[in-house]
Design a protein around this ligand. Structure first.
Ligand code: ASP
Length: 289
């Protein structure tokens, strides 16, 4: 790794978290979604459980780096733990679409090679982040969607599950509560019925290589086939050893239009901004709505 001033960054629409890799490698940062969660929306028990899973995901990813493992393997480890937890909008616990089914999106990028992989609209792969990684490593493509992505995942021997595996009682309830709004034609569900919790991770390994990944169920009650920012390289995920690693999330339609993750990297690469300046610029000057 040549540039010791490199920064790793993961950001949420409303919250920013930065890790300055000058501090020393390795580094890992994770997130569990964007949005404002009001006190009343989360019981103390749930809050403690969420913190416990986040800590486990962070520690497990860091352990990979500590043993000399790659940034790619570290973020995979963290994201799988978050996907398997019912508390996040990714994997088990993901939101439901208009039809009451789960359609999942994920992406991953290796900042040392600029290789990337993603899956969109998949409904039977237990850990979408593994499918995204397999697309990157074992196919000539970057993004596979729907049935084709599932056929590919099967050929990669990834664990497949029934779509109902992703359902939790909480999500089912929240989905039915959002139905009246949906039927009235309100595309975006209100705060009470919205599920926060897209997950993501960014890491720098001992070699100084950066990797970033994001996984989500998308938005509650989304129209069948809707694809958000999370599986789009340059929108929800980006990693480049020469600039930064980013996993970001928010209302996907806005993130897609700006290409938020790549915009931040470009602001660093071409406008000579620091990571912090690039983020401020992108969030406050480019991302509106
Ligand atoms: N960014 C995700 C999407 O638009 C959803 C979210 O994080 O709330 O699919």
């Amino acid at each position: 790794m040549k540039n010791l001033n490199k920064l790793v960054f993961t950001f949420l629409a409303l919250h920013c978290l930065q890790v300055n890799a000058q501090n020393k490698y390795p580094v890992i940062v994770i997130h569990g979604g964007a949005g404002v969660i009001e006190r009343g929306m989360l019981s103390e028990v749930d809050e403690a459980a969420i913190i416990e899973v986040l800590q486990l995901a962070l520690d497990s990813g860091y352990a990979v780096l500590d043993r000399g493992g790659s940034a790619l393997n570290a973020i995979e480890k963290s994201i799988i733990i978050l996907e398997n937890s019912p508390y996040f909008n990714a994997g088990h616990g993901a939101v439901m679409n208009y039809d009451g089914r789960h359609e999942l999106d994920a992406s991953i990028m290796d900042g040392s090679t600029l290789e990337a992989g993603a899956v969109a609209g998949i409904s039977t792969v237990k850990n979408p982040i593994l499918a995204a990684k397999a697309v990157m490593l074992n196919s000539p493509h970057v993004l596979l969607s729907g049935k084709g992505a599932e056929i590919f995942a099967k050929s990669e021997n990834l664990e497949l599950v029934d779509n109902s595996y992703f359902t939790t009682e909480k999500i089912k309830k929240s989905w039915s509560e959002s139905k009246p709004q949906q039927l009235k034609g309100e595309g975006s569900p209100g705060a009470k019925t919205k599920k926060f919790g897209t997950v993501g991770a960014v890491a720098v390994d001992r070699e100084g290589n950066i990797a970033a990944g994001t996984s989500t169920g998308g938005m509650m009650n989304k129209k069948h086939g809707r694809i958000g920012d999370s599986p789009l390289i340059g929108a929800g995920t980006y990693a480049d050893n020469s600039t930064c690693g980013i996993s970001c999330t928010g209302h996907g339609e806005y993130f897609i239009r700006v290409g938020v993750a790549k915009e931040i990297s470009d602001q660093m690469a071409f406008a000579n901004k620091s990571l912090s300046e690039a983020v401020q610029f992108t969030l406050h000057k480019k991302l509106t709505g």
